[in-house]
Design a protein around this ligand. Structure first.
Ligand code: NAD
Length: 250
């Protein structure tokens, strides 16, 4: 197989499920050797080296990145995709939950990328891509903590891009809309009528359907590829136009 990422090594956090699994598959198709870092690697595609680690724990992350470096001898691409949700307005979650979600969704990116930096500095094609969300640019109702965390992912993406520009490390993000993943499946499964809830969710999307994880993966594959060599500190919306619709109607 030959492709845009031939010879490069990529790590995908949260790569055992949903959007992360689609990203891992796409980067592999494009020629990269792929390592998955996930706290639950039981569902990981057997084609990829899987490293069990919790991105909210620095020692766990450091050990996993060291193991990736030892196995492949290089690391060129970091996809910070793992994340968790939270529902409700600002009163819905206690301080421990705020700390837990921010530690995974935001500080997790800093932990993983910090551990990877010595490898990225050695790479001729270093790129980082963070999975933010439509929540980064629009206020999602009843998702205060999650929205705050994803807004921070966007800000952190720009900060990292600025800090590591001169080292040749590009940092970008994708902002998915509601995507067809096990996460959304779990939310629908908790509804009294999952099929009706799914139909209502699809009808709310501007293009009448959920975003496919493969569509998000295609945007990530572009952003981490040498073809995007002049692109850093920005994001691609993969949401069927939902953010534009929301922003226009405000
Ligand atoms: P998912 O639940 O299907 O997969 C998430 C993966 O991350 C799982 O494999 C899980 O084990 C892993 N993970 C969670 N916490 C972890 C931790 N502390 N350490 C290591 N791994 C951890 O979710 P998904 O829908 O594929 O979402 C992936 C990313 O996309 C998340 O950052 C999410 O916020 C973002 N996102 C999802 C949607 C959507 O509609 N599904 C929309 C916008 C953004």
């Amino acid at each position: 197989m030959s492709g845009a990422l031939d010879g490069l090594v990529a790590i995908v956090t949260g790569g055992a499920s949903g959007i992360g699994a689609a990203i891992a598959a796409r980067l592999h198709e494009d020629g990269a050797q792929v390592a998955i870092l996930d706290r639950d690697t039981s569902g990981a595609d057997a084609r990829f080296a899987a490293f069990t680690a919790d991105i909210s724990d620095r020692a766990s992350v450091d050990a996993a990145i060291a193991a990736v470096g030892e196995k492949f001898g290089r690391l060129d691409i970091v996809v910070n995709n793992a994340g968790i949700g939270a529902t409700g307005d600002i009163t819905a979650n206690d301080d421990d939950e705020w700390a837990r979600v921010l530690s995974i969704n935001v500080t997790g990116i800093a932990r993983v990328t910090s551990a990877a930096l010595p490898w990225l500095r050695e790479s001729p094609a270093a790129a980082v891509c963070n999975t933010a969300s439509i929540a980064s640019t629009t206020g999602l109702p009843q998702r205060a903590l999650y929205t705050a965390s994803k807004g921070a992912v966007s800000a952190l993406t720009r900060a990292m891009a600025a800090d590591h520009l001169r080292e040749g490390i590009r940092v970008n993000a994708v902002n998915p809309g509601t995507a067809d993943t096990p996460w959304v499946g779990r939310l629908l499964g908790a509804a009294s009528d999952p099929d009706a809830e799914r139909a209502a969710l699809e009808a709310r999307q501007p293009h009448g359907r959920l975003v496919s994880p493969a569509e998000v993966a295609a945007a990530v594959a572009y952003l981490v590829s040498p073809a995007a060599g002049s692109t850093t500190g920005t994001f691609i919306e993969v949401d069927g136009g939902m953010a534009q619709l929301r922003l226009r109607s405000e």
